[in-house]
Design a protein around this ligand. Sequence first.
Ligand code: DAK
Length: 258
Amino acid sequence: MEFVIYEQKERVGIITINREKALNALNSAVLNELEQILDSIDTNEVRCLIITGAGEKSFVAGADIKEMLDLDKSGGEFFGKKGNDVFAKIENYVLPVVCAVNGYALGGGCELALSCDFRICSEKAIFGQPEVSLGIVPGFGGTQRLARAVGMGMAKQMIYTGRNIDAPEALRIGLVNAVYAQDELMPAAEKLAGIISKNAPIAVQKSKIAINSGSQLPINKGTEIETRLFGECFETNDRRAAMGAFVERRKDIEFFNS
Ligand code: DAK
């Protein structure tokens, strides 16, 4: 692959957007490669993903403005659909996805981060949705996911003004869960993903489904989904083994994703 690197450390998969000379901007090739990698990961073997950007300056500085410059209406729709499809794939991916934002996360970069389960960032991270300054609306889910993440008022302020925010402000409004020094970001992301990857994978996956699908529903419908998924966990070997280990006071539990 030319623009996306994939590596695996134990049960954690690390995806790095690697187009540093354009600040990791998302062109069609990056989106295609990202999709191919997501499709090729062995989700039985890997238990958690991290998405980050190459270099020290930028996570992803948005969709590729140079590629978009000459798009007509149908080209714009095609490009937008590609991005939305890939981001929906991340949002609904069977594995949890941690975003490690190592610099600029602007426009499509902020939207990519928002499609992950949660975000941590470095002190250098800068977030923003500058699309209205380019004559477009956020088109990779930003109007929807940003409002769900930080509330409608703050999302509207960020989108209407196009103003960037820094890492402390992103932390204050709940866009990220934690801020780290630049060289501590990936170790922290790997540590978090490592903890997640040691838990019962089916239970983690079903928690993701319950939280994601419940967030669109009245609470009684959400708890119905939770109840169904809770019941399904009782059919798993991992649940039997973990509860058995607790009762027998054993701590040596290993989960087999079954
Ligand atoms: N696209 C293409 N190239 C980019 C880029 C981008 N978004 N951002 C940076 N680059 C390139 C620059 O052109 C430059 O390349 P060369 O000129 O050297 O060849 C290189 O990266 C380094 O950038 P700078 O020289 O500008 O670096 P600075 O440190 O001076 O500035 C910056 C860094 C991040 C402040 C600046 O590069 C910048 O403002 N970049 C643009 C940020 C931005 O506006 N991003 C939002 C893009 S709009 C759609 C769905 C979604 C979208 C669109 C349509 N549909 C449904 C159809 C999404 C839209 C967006 O994301």
